[in-house]
Ligand binder design. Structure first.
Ligand SMILES: Nc1ncnc2c1ncn2[C@@H]1O[C@H](COP(=O)(O)OP(=O)(O)O)[C@@H](O)[C@H]1O
Ligand SMILES: [Mg+2]
Length: 1108
């Protein structure tokens, strides 16, 4: 467990002045001293941090310390500036409140150091990352640059800020730094030209001369010797503990980090060098003829070098140091400058040059460090302003600085003392008023618009006529005479007439922090801040971009005749803006105290500290703090913030917020004296109570976060688990399936294996058995076979033996019988033995012939000509007869198979054979051709439909024939139709009937003996058909046509048989003439075709090629 320390642990004195008992100024100082002596430089008054300057480095700013204070409550650890920084940063980050850190104290009290500590702490604890680190680095590194140019050694402080600085650090919603904006307030520029004794010019001059390389110095035309420059005070040029050369390198490095370009750095250094050179320009008087003095530059070398550095034409600048041009309305008046005026002009130029360079640096740094986003951001402002100063010789600058400190004190009083007390009264909290000194009256003395000192100074500056510092003092003497905080020798009531500590040219103001005597000398000039226009124009003409930029009013095109605003006016305005800005933010105070005037460690000058405690109003602060309440908040946000600490208010409180808060506090058992309920706010007396609440809230938030986390994690885990479970089931199912499949396959293959082995074994067993059985059977068979063989052979032997014996017996018996028979029949043999033997032999031979014939019968085909040969000549007749009988019988069998149609066909064929066989050479070809009859398929062919209808009988034959023309012997194709009654000749193409001849009119047909198809149909003489004469036709189917004609004639009862003449010469009756048709045989070489030629009137010769 973490060990909680407290402010109260190991406390030296008291860490918080509120706890001081008894409370008195002495005990207060005693506590401070005690703590200071023990190196405890920080002490609280409530939430205000008092910081004593230790003037030595203490080991309390280490990174470990940063970690220690990080995210800890304000009162948890011993007082530290880090606790305040942490508090401010956290309330900026977590509560979205803009913060400002107000650091006050005298010069040298440690304000600048404190501001740097705050910044470095915030930089250490806020976000990290490449971009963020760069921003942080730039913000931090802006300090060395500004300190080099704006800080100087004074008698009070070796590193005294001679300008006011307010820096806004901008953060995003996460608390990461985004950038920053720096505002600067009135640089004490008079220091550039003159430093009080024991003090130095701004650090940068010394740093440049000590730290720059020889080369750089040569380029800047400078010598590494402080004594050569009028503007550098020599008596305190070296400061112990300050290494100017090292600091120069730091500054160069910082400039680079902040984002200065190399040429920008060069320009800046050139300007610094130019200021030094400017200080060396000296003037001498030169009398003019009109008796006035005119200034002249003494030694022009420095002027020349300076002009070279800045790119200014020497003559222009020289003239500007000698003359002054005053423009009034339309006029331009040029007056000469005397030596004093020339010096004044020179110094004014140097001061302006430097202060403008400083402002330019701030602007340039701002450009680099400004936030890159336009997003809304939170702001932490750190104010480090020059501290209250009392010197021997106080001038306008001190007046301004102290005025600024008055304003800061005012804001402190306003917020911590006045406002707080007023709020108690307003809220109706019981309150006894605590008296304190309100410095508003001093602020009023200075800044009042009518009769304030600054207003009067401005009035004096703008007034026509001669204006001097003395006239200004006079004015003050008259107007502020009655003011209790204003004193001067010539005061009206002259109460100070005898006060010799008050010189004549001075006035004294009783500031909150003490009386300060101001010498009026220079007030008017410094307030006017005049730079002769000739000089600004000369600067504008410079061939140096930075210089040109710094003197925009030198642009002749933009001549402004108005007087520029006075320094006092500007400062008042900017301080006013600053105060208004600070009031919008949550203030955090660091009040710095200087323990001694010697910048020495371990010395605690009682009177000095007492004085500071007094004017800072710290005692009053403690009193208000002790009597008052550490914390207040309107009821609504309070309830909203802490409502989770009580069950009744969480999550929603229905009633008024105040009641809710009361219930909440009662529930938390907060002691009643710790809390007061105002009209609209709750007041909490002790910060510890607030921390208790915050701690509780933090814990509760943690618990809530844990609860949310728990539920979310539970949900996430459950969802994850369910998903995993589901997946697991799927995986398991798949795996099981796979495993079972695998197992099943294994078992199956094993089973198959076992089965196959078993079956194999069984099969082999069976095989063996079968083989055995077979072998047995074989053996048996073999044995049986052998046995049977043996038996058979034995039987055979026996039978053979028996047969041999029988044979022998028979042979013997036959021999014996033969012998007996021969002996018996010897006496009958000669009478009839010959015939009997002959008959028997013949009989045996015939028997053998028939049996042989039976086994060698030929086939049943009628055309089979085979017949077995006869064995004996005497069977010749029988043999031929048997052959004939067999053939007839065979033919009959063959005929018996015929159908009627086939029979008719064969009858026709038979008839054809009867008619033509051996008579006509064409016949043998026709034997194998079937008689188709209708070759034209006349009934089916639609072409012959008409012809078909003309013939009413059944067509027996239809064919195309050639009708031979008697005139030339050529043939004309004609359709030849034959029916039972007639024959018809018709045109082959048209089917038109040419002739229809009744068959009875046909008496005979003539054909040749040769292979031609010519035939002549001869008609009965005197019949109607015979008028045209006989027909000489030729056809391929001649045999069929004539056979058919013949058969019709044979079957018809009413007619004679058709006569068929077969001869190579016959007569044909054509009308009246008879023509002889003669057939001759031609040799095949005359062509293969049959030709018919008309030889003469009575002879047609048909030549038929002989077949090869
Ligand atoms: N916390 C500190 N620790 C060590 N030295 C300090 C501390 N604060 C101030 N100093 C010393 O005091 C000097 C003056 O402090 P500084 O902050 O410049 O004063 P101020 O800004 O108030 O004029 C510093 O240069 C430093 O030497
Ligand atoms: Mg300072």
């Amino acid at each position: 467990m973490e060990v909680k320390t407290s402010l109260l642990d190991n406390m030296i004195g008291v860490g918080d002045m509120v706890l001081l008992e008894p409370l008195s100024e002495d005990s207060f100082l005693g506590n401070l001293k005690k703590r200071f002596d023990h190196s405890e430089i920080y002490t609280y008054i409530g939430s205000v941090v008092i910081s004593m300057n230790p003037y030595r480095s203490l080991p309390i700013y280490t990174p470990e310390k940063v970690e220690e204070y990080r995210n800890r409550n304000f009162y948890e650890l011993s007082p530290h500036i880090y606790a305040l920084a942490d508090e401010a940063y956290r309330s900026l980050r977590d509560q979205d409140k803009d913060q400002c850190i107000l650091i006050t104290g005298e010069s040298g009290a440690g304000k600048t150091e404190a501001s740097k500590l705050v910044m470095s702490y915030v930089a250490a604890v806020c976000g990290k990352g490449h971009e963020v680190n760069k921003v942080k680095e730039q913000l931090l590194q802006s300090n060395p640059v500004l300190e080099a140019f704006g800080n100087a050694k004074t008698v009070r402080n070796d590193n005294s800020s001679r300008f006011g600085k307010y820096m806004d650090i901008e953060f995003d919603f996460k608390g990461d730094p985004l950038g920053g904006v720096i505002s600067n307030y009135l640089l004490e520029k008079s220091r550039v030209v003159k430093q009080p004794r024991g003090e130095r010019n701004f650090h940068v001059f010394y740093q440049l001369l000590s730290g720059a390389s020889d080369d750089t110095l040569r380029k800047l035309k400078l010598d590494r010797d402080f004594s050569k420059y009028n503007y550098l005070s020599l008596d305190s040029a070296a400061v112990s503990g300050l290494d100017d050369a090292a600091n120069f390198r730091t500054v160069r490095n910082a400039m680079q980090i902040v984002g200065f370009m190399e040429d920008e750095v060069q320009s800046v250094l050139e300007l610094v060098a130019a200021v030094l050179k400017l200080g060396n320009i000296e003037f001498k008087p030169e009398s003019r003829c009109n008796g006035t003095d005119e200034s002249r530059v003494k030694d022009k070398n420095d002027l020349k070098e300076m002009c070279e550095l800045l790119g200014i034409e020497q003559s222009v600048l020289e003239r500007a140091f000698s003359y002054r041009t005053v423009e009034a309305k339309m006029e331009k008046v040029s007056t000469t400058l005397n030596v004093a005026q020339a010096y004044y002009a020179r110094d004014a130029l140097a001061k302006n040059l430097y202060s403008r360079l400083f402002s330019w640096l701030v602007t340039r740094i701002n450009e680099s460090i400004q936030a890159q986003t336009k997003a809304r951001h939170k702001v932490m402002g750190v104010l480090d302003i020059y501290g209250f100063e009392i010197f021997e010789d106080n001038s306008f600058e001190q007046f301004i600085i102290n005025y600024c400190n008055e304003k800061l004190q005012q804001i402190f009083i306003e917020l911590t003392l006045r406002e707080e007390q007023e709020e108690y009264v307003r809220e109706g909290i019981e309150w006894t008023n605590i008296e304190y000194f309100n410095n508003a009256i001093i602020c009023d003395l200075i800044e009042n618009n009518q009769n304030g000192i600054l207003a009067m100074l401005d009035e004096e500056c703008l007034r026509p006529g001669t204006v001097t510092d003395e006239t200004f003092l006079d004015k003050l003497n008259t107007i502020c005479a009655d003011h209790q905080h204003f004193e001067s020798r010539l005061n009206k009531n002259s109460k100070f007439l005898n006060d010799h500590s008050l010189p004549h040219n001075c006035f004294r103001i009783q500031h909150y922090a003490g009386k300060v005597l101001y010498r009026v000398e220079g007030f008017v000039d410094k307030n006017n801040d005049l730079l002769y226009r000739d000089l600004s124009q000369a600067m504008y003409k410079a061939n140096h971009s930075l210089i040109k930029q710094l003197f925009p009013e030198g642009n002749p095109a933009k001549v402004n005749l108005k007087r520029p605003l006075t320094a006092g006016f500007q400062f008042r305005a900017s301080v006013g803006t600053l105060m208004r800005n600070l009031q919008t933010k949550n203030p955090n105070y660091i009040r710095c105290i200087k323990p001694n005037d010697k910048k020495a460690s371990h010395i605690f000058t009682d009177s000095l500290v007492r004085h500071q405690v007094r004017y800072l109003g710290l005692m009053e602060n403690v009193r208000v703090r002790r009597a008052g309440y550490a914390f207040r908040q309107p009821y609504e946000p309070c309830l909203e913030r802490y409502k989770m600490l009580c069950k009744r208010t969480w999550p929603h409180w229905k009633g008024p917020a105040r009641e809710g808060v009361e219930v909440l506090m009662a529930d938390l058992q907060i002691p009643t004296e710790e809390i007061s309920y105002g009209r609209s706010k709750i007041f909490i007396r002790n910060p510890r109570t607030l921390f208790f609440l915050e701690e509780k809230r933090k814990q509760c938030l943690q618990d809530l976060a844990t609860l949310i986390q728990k539920i979310y994690r539970g949900w996430k885990c459950r969802t994850h688990f369910l998903l995993m479970k589901k997946s697991q089931i799927v995986v398991a199912a798949w795996y099981r399936r796979y495993a079972q499949q695998k197992k099943y396959r294994n078992i199956k293959s094993a089973t198959t294996m076992v089965q196959s082995y078993t079956r194999g074994w069984q099969a082999r067993k069976l095989l063996r058995e079968l083989k055995h059985q077979k072998r047995c059977e074989e053996a048996v068979t073999t044995i049986a076979a052998f046995w049977h063989g043996t038996q058979a052979r034995r039987e055979l032997r026996r039978l053979k033996e028996e047969a041999r014996r029988k044979h022998a017996v028979a042979l013997i018996w036959a021999y014996w019988q033969g012998l007996k028979v021969r002996r018996e029949y010897r006496k009958f043999f000669r009478a009839n033995a010959g015939k009997k033997i002959y008959d028997f032999t013949i009989q045996r031979i015939i028997q053998k012939y028939f049996l042989g014939l039976k086994s060698s019968m030929p086939s049943m085909s009628p055309i089979d000509r085979k017949w077995p040969a006869r064995p004996y000549g005497f069977l010749d007749g029988v043999h031929t007869e048997l052959r004939k009988i067999f053939h007839h019988w065979r033919c009959k069998k063959y005929r018996d198979q015929f159908t009627e149609e086939k029979k008719a066909v064969y009858e026709e064929k038979l008839e054809a054979s009867e008619i033509f066989k051996d008579k006509k050479a064409l016949y043998p070809n026709s034997v194998s051709q079937p008689f188709k009859g209708d070759y034209l398929e006349i009934s089916k062919n639609p072409k012959y439909q008409k012809l078909n209808s003309a013939v009413d009988e059944k067509v027996l034959l239809a064919d195309v024939v050639n009708k031979i023309n008697r005139a030339n012997g050529k043939g004309t194709p004609r359709i030849f139709l034959l029916t039972k009654k007639n024959f018809v000749l018709a045109d082959q193409k048209t089917g038109q009937v040419k002739a229809s001849i009744p068959l009875p009119d046909v008496t005979s047909v003539s054909v040749s003996t040769q292979k031609d198809g010519f035939f002549a149909l001869k008609l009965k003489e005197g019949s109607a058909s015979a008028v045209k004469g006989d027909f000489l036709l030729s056809s391929e189917h001649l045999i069929e046509i004539i056979t058919k004609l013949h058969r019709i004639g044979a079957t018809a009862a009413d007619r004679e048989k058709l006569k068929v003449d077969i001869s190579d010469e016959f007569l044909v009756q054509f009308k009246q003439d008879k023509v002889c048709v003669k057939f001759i045989q031609s040799s095949p070489k005359n062509g293969n075709s049959i030709s018919c030629k008309r030889k003469n009137n009575r002879l047609l010769e048909v030549s038929v090629p002989t077949s090869p």
